[in-house]
Design a protein around this ligand. Structure first.
Ligand SMILES: [Zn+2]
Ligand SMILES: [Zn+2]
Length: 367
């Protein structure tokens, strides 16, 4: 009898924010230890967990990765953590797959490595695991995410979710304070900021690619309404389906902001508020997942690869280690009303399918 729902029902009741997954990581580490894995806690300095099952026979190192963090919501005026992106489901699938692989003695060669990473929502979890050396010896890394019916038909699995690159940038504008009656002696940070909003709207990259860049914050409040404001902050969210084009977009956006600010005499400096690279999958990994889905669920439930404008910090692993064969599948679970919605719920019965695909991948790679 699968323990998947037992794990899920417990993890669902203890949602914790990124880098604060104390109870969650402890539970996952304890269960892995009980199943016979050699467990390392606090990987990357915080809450990351790695479990290893080394067969002692030469062979590939297969990593299964799940994220653990919940999101912060304000519900009835109270700030709280809630699992609205399904990471409790991902951890339950990977943990149960690890337990079942062990119980069935599926690893006959190489090494199986289970990675529970913190803080996917903050985009800092995967980098912290990399920092902790979690993927140094990993050859193949597989992750997964539950999906709404609009992306993946319920009960089906896509073998590749091509997430977009995302970059969140903030520009800090510095002008010159002046009395409201003497605007010619000041540099108005609102004017600098608003000009740059226009300038960035004219940034172009190859229109064959899907991309967007739009302002998401404009803050300027210097107190007095009869004075020229010298400071303003504007943020942009950028998305692009390919990494090289994202670099081009960042460069052109930065140039447009500098030039527009300069045209009214303001200076500007920049900060990055989060970024993730776009997906770059290995054909071998996509084939591996497709074969597993076909064998476990039948070819009718194998959906085609999809492109998404959302980001995912899983792609830092491939960026860090280009030789890594990485794959990431999407599980059609009818997440509703939508991921990140405070009332998000989904058809949990399909988690069992995702778990079985993970188990089959272990069998195929290490059996
Ligand atoms: Zn999310
Ligand atoms: Zn997520």
């Amino acid at each position: 009898m699968s323990r998947l729902m037992e794990h899920f029902n417990y993890l669902h009741t203890i949602p914790e924010r990124g880098m604060e997954e104390f109870k969650t990581s402890e539970y996952l580490a304890d269960c892995l230890e009980q199943a016979g894995y050699e467990v390392t806690r606090h990987v990357g300095g915080k809450t990351g967990v790695v479990g290893v099952w080394d067969s002692g026979v030469p062979g590939p190192v297969l990593g299964l990765r799940a994220d653990m963090d919940a999101l912060t919501h304000i519900i009835d005026g109270v700030r709280c953590a809630r699992h609205t992106c399904g990471h409790d489901g991902h951890s339950s699938m990977v943990l149960t797959a690890a337990e079942e692989a062990k119980a069935q003695g599926l690893v006959k060669k190489g090494k199986l490595k289970i990675l529970f990473q913190p803080a996917e929502e903050l985009s800092t979890g995967a980098p912290s695991m990399i920092e902790g050396g979690a993927i140094d010896d990993v050859d193949i890394l597989i992750g997964a995410h539950i999906q709404p019916a609009a992306n993946v038909p319920t009960g089906c699995i896509t073998p590749a979710m091509y997430h977009a690159a995302q970059y969140m940038m903030t520009a800090h504008f510095h002008g010159t304070q002046a009395h409201g009656s003497r605007p010619h002696l000041g540099v108005n940070a609102i004017e600098a900021g608003s000009l740059t909003v226009q300038a960035v709207a004219m940034v172009h990259i190859d229109p064959n690619l899907s991309f967007s860049v739009k302002p998401t914050r404009f803050v300027c409040d210097n107190g007095a309404l009869n004075a020229i404001p010298p400071e303003a902050v504007v943020s942009w969210d950028m998305r692009c389906e390919e990494n090289p084009a994202m670099e081009e977009m960042k460069e052109k956006t930065t140039r447009a902001i500098r030039a527009a600010a300069d045209s009214v005499g303001a200076s500007v400096d920049f900060s990055c508020d989060g970024a993730v690279p776009a997906a770059e999958y290995s054909e071998d990994a996509i084939r591996l997942i497709s074969d597993a889905v076909t064998d476990v669920l039948g070819k009718d439930r194998l959906y085609h690869p999809i492109r998404l404008t959302g980001g995912e910090d899983f792609h830092y692993y491939i960026r860090h280690k280009p030789s890594l064969k990485a794959g990431y599948f999407g599980l059609g679970c009818d997440t509703y009303p939508g991921l990140h919605h405070p009332d998000m719920h989904f058809k949990t019965e399909y988690l069992e399918d995702g778990k079985n695909v993970f188990v089959d991948i272990v069998k195929k790679v290490l059996g």
